[in-house]
Design a protein. Structure first.
Lengths: 488, 95
């Protein structure tokens, strides 16, 4: 073959597995009582255990174990009654012990699965092989110093849950959809803040290609530490194409670790570390097996919230919301909970509530760059406004103005409607007077309308609305206008 | 199980040990003797025995998620061969 041959992409199948590292949101580290808070001055959150001082011993954090159990239950996995911490040995300056405490043969979370909606509308079930507890390494700072590397051990020992999917994803889009689903789930469970800028949620991608779905798996490469959905998509797309091109050109794929370069949207080989994969795992003699009682698992199972997938399905099946609305509402738990709190005050008005949460509320949150938990308009306050909209006190247009005022902190819906005199004019006498004035002002248009140009109705509606500062009840206005225009 | 010099070099490399050529043979034979012990172990019948990860029959005790360690960076950094601006300094590592 030569370089002119176009990759016949359709003949190839990409095979992708992700290893997601979710930082568990605990106050203290996995094996020490040092703080995990992000952004502290370097090395101020390191205990003797984190620095690997001789004679210190690791003691696992109960909360990290609980969070791992919660994740396992949420993906319908078996929780190992007994799991083992193992040492993964390698030398790197930001790993003071010379090994990372991880889990190898017996992880705390066994095989599970997750239903994932791909952008093209398909739903795939992704098999998760395992999830295990491990500690993070410290941070190496390469560019701030002249001829040296700086080491900050604040992150060393931070609890991570490594979530390993089976190699069952077949496109960058599927991989990203899966990663998003896991991201939503860990935040929903409250076990990880999902902050990708701060590295709380990151991903290694294993990618290979093969000729058709029956062929044996090809040689894979691993793209390390990708920390955004977009980069995962770009990195995988690039890597699939690179591998196909190489194979079409008669080259072979080298099993290696690659880095993604966001500036060029390319992956390139990491400086090869010989024997890097020779980690010599063995059970950590400092840590006896982690025993989890069935009663503890049962307690976590009982305390599990309704999961995003279940809630999404309920919104569609029970509340009758469109798929798109249900997806957006269930993208995070705070949004879904807010929606339900509004709905609780307005039973049966799911679509109206969804429209407002995904419309005005989302737009304002977006503009202000804040999370829904910090929204200046509470669910109860929004419900009060929507109740006024429902009972006809205000029109939809006025409701948006009132919402803006509420957002600006001017008070509750009723108070604003009262203070600004925004109550809809439903009094037919007042409305009739306004209509009479409008008709008197526009005799030519009246004649035109009566001559058969009924499209002019909207003109009169607009004029009357203007005169009543938008406060006319639209339905009543339409009705009265037709009457007045019909009978001179 | 027997070892050759290449295997000894590989193990030394993993352990970041500089081993001179004239040390290889004595290390090789020492290590080989250790491995012979494992051959003895491998001869034992372990059918129906679950792998043992830890010799003591005791479960792991867990701690509550409470921050108890406070900043002792000044003391710890003072132990380091080199530090600057709160960082430990090590010879340049380039990825």
């Amino acid at each position: 073959m030569n370089a002119q041959v176009q990759p016949a992409a359709s003949a190839w199948q990409a095979v992708i597995g992700l290893e997601i590292h979710a930082q568990l949101s605990t106050a203290s580290k996995l094996f020490s009582g040092a703080s995990t808070a992000y952004g502290a001055e370097p090395n101020t959150q390191t205990s003797l255990v984190d620095c690997a001082m001789p004679g210190t011993l690791p003691v696992p954090n109960r909360e990290a174990v609980r969070k791992a159990i919660q994740f396992g239950l949420a993906i319908d996995a078996a929780i190992a009654p007994q799991s083992v911490f193992a040492r993964k040995n390698y030398f790197y300056p930001d790993l003071p012990k010379g090994y990372q405490i991880s889990q190898y043969e017996l992880p705390v979370v066994g095989a599970g699965r997750l239903r994932v909606r791909v952008d093209d509308g398909r739903v795939i079930e992704v098999e998760i092989q395992r999830a295990h507890l491990e500690e993070d390494a410290g941070k190496s700072v390469h560019d701030a110093f002249h001829a040296e590397t700086g080491i900050d051990l604040n992150r060393a020992g931070t609890p991570l849950l490594e979530i390993v999917s089976a190699p069952v994803l077949h496109s960058a889009a599927e991989a990203v959809a899966y990663m998003r689903t896991v991201h939503t789930l860990v935040r929903w469970l409250g076990i990880c803040d999902g902050n990708m800028q701060e590295g709380s949620f990151r991903c290694d991608c294993n990618v290979s290609v093969r000729r058709g779905s029956d062929a044996p798996l090809g040689t894979r490469t691993e793209i390390k530490n990708v920390n955004s959905f977009r980069f995962v998509e770009k990195a995988i797309e690039y890597e699939i194409e690179r591998q196909i091109r190489a194979l079409e050109n008669g080259e072979s794929i080298v099993q290696e670790t690659r880095l993604y370069d966001p500036a060029r949207h390319q992956t390139r080989p990491m400086r090869s570390k010989e024997s890097a994969d020779d980690y010599r795992y063995f059970p950590d003699p400092d840590l006896p097996p982690l025993v989890i009682a069935a009663a503890d698992v049962a307690r976590e199972r009982d305390a599990l919230p309704e999961l995003p997938q279940a809630r999404r399905e309920r919104y569609v099946a029970v509340l009758g919301l469109p798929d798109a609305d249900a997806d957006q509402l269930c993208a995070d738990r705070a949004t879904a909970d807010y929606f339900e709190a509004v709905l609780a005050a307005l039973p049966g008005q799911a679509k109206l509530c969804a429209n407002w949460v995904l419309g005005e509320v989302a737009a304002n949150l977006n503009e202000a760059g804040i999370e829904i938990a910090a929204a200046p308009v509470s669910a109860a306050a929004l419900a009060e406004l929507l109740a006024r909209l429902r009972d006809g006190s205000i029109s939809g247009k006025i409701a948006k103005d009132v919402f803006a005022a509420m957002w600006a902190g001017e008070g509750g819906a009723d108070a604003i409607i009262e203070a600004r005199g925004l109550r809809q004019i439903s009094d037919s006498g007042a409305l009739a007077a306004a209509i009479a004035a409008v008709l008197a002002e526009h005799p030519a248009q009246v004649a035109d309308y009566r001559g058969g140009n009924e499209k002019l109705l909207q003109f009169f509606v607009g004029q009357t609305m203007k005169r009543t500062r938008g406060q006319a009840n639209p339905q009543q206005l339409n009705e009265l206008l037709r009457q007045k225009l019909a009978a001179p | 199980m027997s070892l050759d010099h290449a295997a000894v070099r590989h193990i030394a490399r993993l352990a970041r040990l500089a081993v001179a050529d004239d040390q290889l043979e004595s290390l090789r034979s020492d290590l080989e003797r250790v491995l012979h012990l494992f051959d003895d172990l491998a001869a034992a019948n372990v059918d129906n025995l679950a792998p043992l990860a830890h010799p003591h029959d005791q479960p792991l005790s867990l701690r509550e998620d409470v921050v108890v360690d406070t900043d002792r960076s000044a003391q710890l950094l003072a132990l380091a061969a080199a530090s600057q601006g709160g960082y430990y300094l090590v010879p340049k590592v380039i990825e």
